[in-house]
Design a protein around this ligand. Structure first.
Ligand code: ARG
Length: 657
């Protein structure tokens, strides 16, 4: 049972005579953090009082009179201006929790109305190695898919791999011109990665060179404007002066921006110019950008040579990515990459045209959408289709194939505009009935407050990151083991296994525990710490429950057979028991706005309640056999809830640490 939903149901009945549609009033019923005020609080009497022009305390009194909650709560108390405080009865908590002991799903009922969700996540561009930027989409998407599935929804996961874009034009071009065949023979993925990087660098070189005159011009113009405003700011007219001072500040910062950009551009060019090999390559391939586009276009047009190369490269690239998914225990139902939709794109454009949703503009086919400054281009002047065209085809395919209620796109915030336009276009195309959601997330930052990069400024590879997390975890696990009062307990093999589980978990949890829309700072030391809101702490709490059973030689089947012994007497027992009952609420919170951090927060609170309980309530040495059984049952439910919660986040547990 979800207590909050149950209370809302009871309040709805009580409020109906007073308010026509009590929906928004019900949102004002919430769990209370401070147990002195009860367990739940309803703040609906204040707005309702205002609406009815009556004293809120009176209204609160009337609500309480009508409220039928006596089976689960003590008599509600009215406090302050009209808060209604609810305290659950200890016997009710104990009885309700006792029922969970024998329940596989820990009292989580499947959703009343099961929906079909498609979760589009991870979706890397396969021509390059996965890097730190891919963590978020991969773990957030996986956690959402697992959670929705557990709640009884039909979930289809689809990895929308970028396997058809310009990156392939780049590696095809690189392969044709710069390939080291011996290296390719030995380690194809590494060599393809090198080729991609090099071609990218050369394309960037010319692009940057092309931008220089504009940048320089911009600096001159901004400088001139700044001089003008400075003169005004030194003038006599006070009004003009204040205005000019403001303009000066703005222009100064704009000028600095342009100068920084110029410096960055200079550095990029310098990197090539100062390397004889790269400088020679740049000189020999002045039209590399156009050539890359041509290679891409040839691939898309079915050119035999490029298609054969593509077929050769893709499996290599995918194998590399798969290795990471295996380590992270990530599985997809489908991996229809962009290439899968290639032959459906012409039809999409045709449909948009025929229905008057797209028009030719400047040679390109464009969809003009209300509220956007620029149109969504679905076909370029040279005939090429775009990322957006593929996404439209993908929506059509998904609707036709799976008839979803919702499609979730777990993609970073820089693509917000793409998705806003995509969804607007899709709605006009006839997809209003499907919930299209961009599950946006922020950037992974380094401790210097800038996007997380290696010292040399490269993006950080995901594989190395996982290795390092495991190494750190090994250090923490070993230190903890060495410090045990009776001496170390773990074998070397145990330590390695635990470090593997803990290290991968740390990376996932550090990400999931952040509010997904904000940026977060990546810190190995924090994420593997044994204290705080970390996977390690949660895994440690779980292991602690298991070690109690091991130490007390507890037979779990027998224990679970005595569920009726469960009682809550001590305040720490009560707090833990109530927290356990709130698992359903946490899952609901995590899915309302698709935020796994709601679940990690819950688990952290649960682990803290367990820690308080553990320190205040002896379990194996309890006062009586009945109390011992009751406390063991609390340990069992805690362990199972943590394990289940972590499992929904894609995180494993270990029995000892
Ligand atoms: N491959 C894209 C990228 O790396 C992300 C794809 C997200 N999914 C989608 N349907 N557009 O930026």
């Amino acid at each position: 049972m979800n207590i909050l939903s149950e209370l809302k149901r009871r309040f709805r009945d009580a409020l109906t005579p007073l308010a026509e549609d009590p929906g928004d009033l019900l949102d004002l019923i919430r769990p209370v953090q401070d147990a002195r005020f009860g367990d739940y609080q309803a703040n609906c009497a204040m707005p309702l009082g205002k609406r009815l022009s009556r004293s809120p305390r009176d209204v609160a009194g009337e609500i309480v009179e009508r409220l039928d909650v006596f089976d689960l709560c003590h008599r509600p108390e009215i406090a302050g201006p009209g808060f209604i405080n609810l305290r659950l009865k200890d016997e009710w908590i104990a009885a309700e929790l006792a029922r969970r002991v024998g329940e596989q799903r820990l009292g989580i009922a499947p959703a009343d109305r099961a929906r079909t969700y498609i979760v589009d996540y991870s979706s890397p561009n396969v021509a390059k190695a996965m890097h730190v930027g891919h963590i978020r989409s991969t773990v957030i998407g996986d956690a959402l898919a697992r959670t929705l599935r557990f709640l009884g929804h039909r979930v289809i996961t689809d990895n929308h791999l970028g396997d058809w874009g310009t990156q392939f034009g780049m590696i095809i071009y690189g392969y044709k011109h710069f390939c080291d065949s011996a290296a390719y023979g030995r380690e194809p993925v590494a060599e393809l990665g090198r080729l991609y990087k090099q071609v990218h660098q050369l394309v960037d070189y010319y692009e940057t060179r092309g931008r220089l005159p504009d940048l320089e011009q911009q600096i001159v113009e901004r400088q001139a404007a700044l001089d003008g405003q400075r003169a005004l700011a030194a003038g006599d007219d006070k009004q003009l002066r204040t205005k000019a001072e403001k303009a000066v500040r703005k222009l100064e910062s704009q000028l600095q921006e342009a100068r920084d950009e110029l410096t960055a551009a200079g550095r990029k060019l310098e990197a090539i110019d100062s390397s004889p090999m790269l400088a020679a390559r740049a000189a020999q391939h002045p039209a590399i950008a156009q050539s890359v586009l041509q290679e891409t276009a040839k691939l898309h047009a079915g050119d035999a040579e490029n298609l054969a190369l593509w077929h050769e490269f893709v499996p290599h690239c995918r194998r590399d990515i798969q290795r990471i998914y295996d380590r992270l225990d990530i599985r997809f139902d489908y991996e229809y990459g962009e290439s899968f939709y290639h032959d459906q794109l012409a039809d999409v454009v045709q449909q948009f045209r025929q229905r008057g949703l797209a028009v030719d503009s400047d040679g390109a086919v464009c969809v003009f959408l209300d509220g956007f400054a620029t149109p969504m281009i679905v076909q370029k002047r040279d005939g090429a289709y775009l990322y957006a065209t593929t996404d439209l085809a993908t929506i059509a395919y998904r609707i036709k194939t799976w008839n979803p209620d919702a499609i979730l796109y777990v993609v970073d915030h820089r693509q917000s505009e793409h998705f806003e336009k995509l969804f607007a276009a899709a709605r006009r195309w006839g997809c209003e009935h499907v919930e299209l959601q961009h599950i946006s997330f922020g950037t992974v930052m380094g401790e210097d407050g800038k996007p997380y990069k290696t010292r040399s400024g490269d993006t950080v590879g995901l594989e190395g990151l996982l290795d390092e997390a495991v190494a750190k975890a090994y250090g923490v696990v070993s230190a903890n083991d060495d410090a045990k009062p009776g001496g170390a307990e773990l074998s070397e093999e145990d330590r390695r296994h635990i470090a593997h589980v803990v290290g991968h978990a740390a990376i996932k949890y550090a990400d999931l525990s952040q509010n997904r829309t904000s940026d977060y700072v990546f810190s190995f030391d924090k994420m593997v710490a044994l204290e705080g809101n970390t996977a390690t702490y949660m895994q440690y709490s779980y292991a602690r429950t298991q070690s109690i059973f091991a130490k007390g030689k507890v037979d779990l089947d027998t224990l679970r057979g005595s569920a009726t012994a469960l009682a809550v007497e001590h305040s720490a027992e009560r707090a833990l028991a109530l927290k356990l009952l709130q698992f359903a609420e946490a899952l609901q919170d995590a899915t309302i706005d698709y935020r796994p951090s709601q679940l990690t927060s819950y688990l952290f609170e649960l682990a803290k309640c367990f820690s308080d309980f553990y320190h205040q309530c002896p379990v194996l040495t309890a006062d009586s056999p009945a109390q011992r059984t009751s406390r063991l049952l609390l340990c069992d439910l805690t362990g199972r809830t943590i394990r289940q919660g972590l499992d929904l986040l894609g995180i494993h547990v270990v029995d000892k640490m």
